[in-house]
Structures are given as C-alpha cells and as structure tokens.
Design a protein around this ligand. Structure first.
Ligand code: GLN
Length: 197
C-alpha cells in the first residue's frame, strides 16, 4: 500500500484521510518533518492558505515541503492547497508566500463574495463522467505554464470557462473540495499517480 500524507497543521484533514483510505491507501496526517519523510505523496487540503503558510514555517515544514516537491513527490492541492502549490498568486495578503512548484497563477477568492460557496457539475475527461464539485471561497487558475494540463473548467454561468483543475506531471490541483462529496474518483486518480500507474 502506498503511504500518502495529509498536511495536517490546518484544514480539512480527516475528510481527506477517509477518502484516501477508501481508495486503498495508507493515509497519515503530516505535522512534522519526520512524518513528511515517511510518505510517498501528500495532500495539501482546503482551509486557509495564509494560515497554512505561517504554520508551515512555524513547524519547520515549509522548506522540507519545497524540497520534496522539487524532488518530484506527487502532491494533490485542493482549494487552499492549490494556492500553496501555485508558483504565483494574485489576491494574496501582504507577505503571503506559497510553496510553489506548479507553473500557474492562481487568484485567491476568485469567484467573489456574492458566491462565497456554490456547487457545479464539471466535465472531467480524466474521470470520464461529470463530477459534482463543491467550491468554498475558491481560487481559480488564471495562467497555466507550458506543460500544465487543464483537467476541467466551469461549464456554465458567469464563471464559465474558468480553470478549476490542473495537472503538471506529478502535481495535481483543484479549486474545489473533492473530500466533501463522497466521490473518491479524484483521490483514486491521485493514488494511481503515486503508484506510478
Ligand atoms: N480562500 C481560502 C484561501 O485563500 C481557500 C478556501 C478554501 O480552502 N476553502 O486559502
């Protein structure tokens, strides 16, 4: 069984652990560098990216995380986790930094206050059927670098065409919360990526 960690200093940790277990993975919370060393892949959950940034530094995980990402560890960033993976963000707070690794520009809180949270059915070629997605103060991707594959965009409404799921090699990121809907297909997709399938 591959061992996949869930960054556990802040955010929706338990939900991700449960979804990973559903797809046959040994899932563990990661709070310290010694725990990071033991995982083959990592989920960066949704939550609050500004707080994650600060806590990752305070717990001395920031640099070890950057190093593992640079060394090719598969990472799945969801919502705030997508922000943490982005090389560049807009709408961040002063001094906010990201781990980076994924050549995209992500806009924080992109969908606006009027639509704090919403749900939408997304077309997802990689999953070969619609995927019901929950967005909560979600970011979107405004720029993708070469080599970054767009996995899904919003299909209708005022945000139609906005990019909400991307992959570059072993880095996967979604604007929405795949851990909240009981649909484990994206966790399965990530587990296959960690298994090297
Ligand atoms: N708006 C949050 C942030 O900037 C992300 C929200 C979420 O993860 N649900 O980190």
């Amino acid at each position: 069984k591959p061992v996949i960690g869930v960054f556990a200093l802040q955010g929706n940790v338990r939900e991700h652990v449960e979804m990973l277990e559903q797809v046959g993975v040994d899932a563990r919370p990661v709070r310290r560098p010694s725990e990071l060393e033991q995982v083959a892949g990592l989920v960066l959950p949704g939550g609050e990216s500004t707080t994650m940034d600060k806590l990752a530094r305070a717990f001395e995980l920031f640099e070890p995380l950057q190093k593992r990402i640079a060394d090719g560890m598969p990472v799945f960033g969801t919502c705030a986790g997508m922000i943490m993976l982005a090389d560049e963000i807009t709408g961040g707070i002063a001094g906010q930094e990201t781990l980076g690794g994924l050549d995209v520009t992500v806009r924080r809180n992109a969908f606006g206050r009027q639509v704090d949270s919403f749900e939408a059915d997304l077309d997802f070629a990689a999953l070969n059927s619609p995927y019901h997605a929950v967005f909560i103060r979600a970011p979107w991707v405004e720029r993708v670098g070469s080599g970054v594959e767009v996995l899904s965009t919003v299909s209708s409404g005022p945000a139609a065409g906005r990019i909400v799921a991307v992959r570059h090699d072993r880095l996967l990121a979604t604007s929405f919360h795949p851990e909240l809907t009981g649909d484990a297909r994206l966790h399965g997709y990530f587990a296959d990526l960690v298994r090297g399938l």
